[in-house]
Ligand binder design. Structure first.
Ligand code: ATP
Length: 239
């Protein structure tokens, strides 16, 4: 693994009295793409929320570039260059595509301007005046990624980008994630579709009931067909 960028150490997070994360530890190195896999309800989104300051962990440490950011509010984490593409895309539905991007553009300067995003994703330029609530699922996912990009992140947390999308659109979304990685952006990727994520990931962690139960090199996990079957909800997977 390269030099660590994000380090999560023995994190415990609760929703009210429910103890959700149990001593969760994981690391994402600089320039790495790390998959976080697991069945529904395993605690993947809660792990991301705990990093982003959306849910405060009760104990444990989150470090970014070597400094503790545990319990920081979301705006401070975002200013460090941590972007978020949430599950279900969550955008201002009454705002146009362009307005959503203008709101997301921050003082962090970098290569990704709205113009550059439109060059890479010309469909979004065509749709720039459309209210985002009226976009298709695939277009919304592109906008959610574009919105994270215009903040020029060092790291992105991407939650279930393939959810509900047609295969061709999923391919396009994954192509963009790989391009971002090639540009040096570190990515923590949560996916239900384990095989899809393992194709692009360097390393992977598997969660079950709020605990990390496996960590290793993505290509090795990809060969572990029993684990993959479990992760994919016991669907048939060709061996
Ligand atoms: P999914 O793919 O379904 O989002 P996940 O692995 O991301 O799964 P989480 O969303 O982190 O799982 O949920 C972990 C556990 O926490 C689940 O049992 C879920 O029911 C519970 N949970 C999630 N959000 C809340 C909340 N706001 N209040 C109470 N419990 C919650």
């Amino acid at each position: 693994m390269s030099e660590p960028l994000l380090e999560i150490e023995r994190l415990n997070t609760y929703y009210g009295k429910s103890h959700i994360l149990h001593d969760v530890s994981l690391t994402v190195g600089k320039g790495e793409l790390v998959a976080l896999l697991g069945l529904n309800g395993a605690g993947k989104t809660t792990t991301m929320r705990s990093v982003l300051g959306l849910t405060r962990p009760r104990s444990g440490q989150v470090r970014f570039e070597g400094s503790s950011i545990t319990g920081w509010p979301p705006y401070r984490v975002a200013h460090l260059g941590v972007g978020y593409v949430p599950e279900g895309r969550r955008m201002f539905k009454d705002l146009t595509v362009l307005e959503n991007l203008q709101i997301a553009e921050t003082a962090r300067k970098g290569d990704w301007t709205i113009e550059r995003v439109f060059e890479r994703l010309p469909k979004l330029r065509e749709l720039r005046l459309r209210k985002s609530g009226r976009l298709s699922g695939g277009e919304q996912e592109m906008l959610a990624i574009a919105r994270a990009l215009v903040a020029n992140p060092t790291m992105m947390l991407v939650d279930e980008p393939s959810q509900g999308l047609a295969p061709l659109i999923v391919e396009e979304v994954y192509k963009i994630l790989e391009e971002m990685k090639a540009q040096g952006v570190s990515i923590l990727l949560v996916e239900q579709n384990a095989l899809l994520a393992l194709k692009v990931a360097d390393r992977a962690y598997v969660m079950d009931e709020g605990r990390i139960v496996y960590s290793g090199v993505a290509s090795e996990l990809e060969r572990d067909r029993d684990m993959i079957r479990t992760l994919m909800g016991l669907q048939e997977v060709a061996s």
